[in-house]
Design a protein around this ligand. Structure first.
Ligand code: NAD
Ligand code: MG
Length: 297
């Protein structure tokens, strides 16, 4: 069987070339993407690297969060799945896959711009899983705007609250519950250091996430809590077609990377697993770039 360990050419491993424009209303559904992304449903093979862990994954219904939730469960973790209520159909598919892996899935729909919901996710994990020791904070909002004049205060505020404030709220709430050995993995982007002109608000949040994560990493390391960051490049997810990019950018999406193609969500799961498992015990405050070969600082 082909799995993430199968030897092969990364250039031809997945869909090559761009994508048909296929606009969706935000936040979009993975089930409506064509071609269907690979989140590891048929390919991710667990090897017990997160046995008995208690995880919270935000944005767990689709894209990178979905791939992470599937991988976490197959590695042995129980998982609280955070997503927006409108994404319930995607989230139910993930919950089924988590349960097929023999693990517990807890559906936790809500809006991360709401402080009470964001903080409440920690209590949900503690109550439903009996604790919390692995956070994968993946949820994010990205809306392109060609002119700074087109970014409304409301959009700026929602992007900041979704991507930055919610991370702060979740981490602040979680720390008192996290035993030594716990891990926090946050999600930045190549946009954090190579900002595109049409992603002013989004790119700002992705830089902020790196700074927040690296400050927290130093503060929490003495407690035995490791914080690290994954910084993806272009990945085939609903984020991109639901306003993340202009429609006319889709035919080229991902093709300018050295590998010449977009990444698939399944290719992001192993980095999240690595940074969450004991094998990365001396990796702290790192930004793991997973972007098809674009040079980064
Ligand atoms: P995605 O749309 O599949 O996932 C984003 C998720 O964020 C959504 O599924 C949704 O559940 C969640 N979300 C958004 N707003 C929310 C809100 N207000 N409340 C609760 N949940 C909310 O897309 P993705 O590409 O997998 O995105 C995951 C992360 O990866 C994001 O942080 C994104 O910035 C980052 N990223 C993506 C790419 C890419 O090319 N796809 C590149 C770099 C970074
Ligand atoms: Mg989604």
């Amino acid at each position: 069987m082909t799995d993430q360990y199968t030897f092969g050419n990364p250039v031809t491993r997945y869909h090559q070339g761009g994508f048909e424009p296929q606009p969706q209303d935000g936040p979009g559904l993975a089930s409506e993407l064509s071609p269907r992304p690979d989140h590891g449903e048929a390919t991710y093979r667990g090897t017990g690297r997160l046995e008995g862990r208690k995880a919270l994954v935000t944005g767990a219904d689709s894209g990178i969060g979905r791939a992470t939730a599937i991988a976490f469960a197959r590695e042995g973790a129980d998982v609280v799945l955070s997503f927006l209520p409108s994404e319930e159909s995607d989230a139910r598919e993930v919950a089924d896959l988590v349960e097929q892996a023999g693990r517990k899935a807890v559906l936790a729909p809500g809006d991360l711009t709401d402080e009470q919901y964001a903080r409440g996710l920690v209590a949900t994990a503690v109550r439903e899983l009996g604790g919390l020791d692995a956070l994968a904070v993946v949820a994010g909002k990205q809306q392109h705007a060609e002119d700074v004049a087109d970014i409304t205060s409301q959009q700026f505020d929602e992007t900041m609250r979704t991507n930055v404030h919610s991370l702060f709220w979740i981490v602040q709430e979680a720390v008192p519950h996290l035993p030594p050995g716990s891990t926090i993995v946050t999600t930045s982007s190549i946009q954090g250091y190579q900002p595109s002109p049409n992603l002013v608000d989004y790119a700002t949040t992705k830089s902020a996430i790196i700074a927040m994560s690296q400050a927290l990493a130093q503060q929490l390391a003495p407690k035995g809590i490791r914080v690290n960051v994954v910084a993806p490049g272009p990945v085939w997810t609903p984020l991109q077609v639901a306003g993340g990019q202009p429609d006319d950018a889709m035919p080229e999406f991902g093709t300018s990377t050295p590998l010449g193609r977009a990444g698939q969500p399944a290719e992001l799961a192993p980095p999240f697993v690595f940074l969450s498992s004991g094998e990365s015990s001396y990796v702290v405050g790192e930004v793991l770039n997973v972007n098809g070969g674009m040079p980064t600082p």
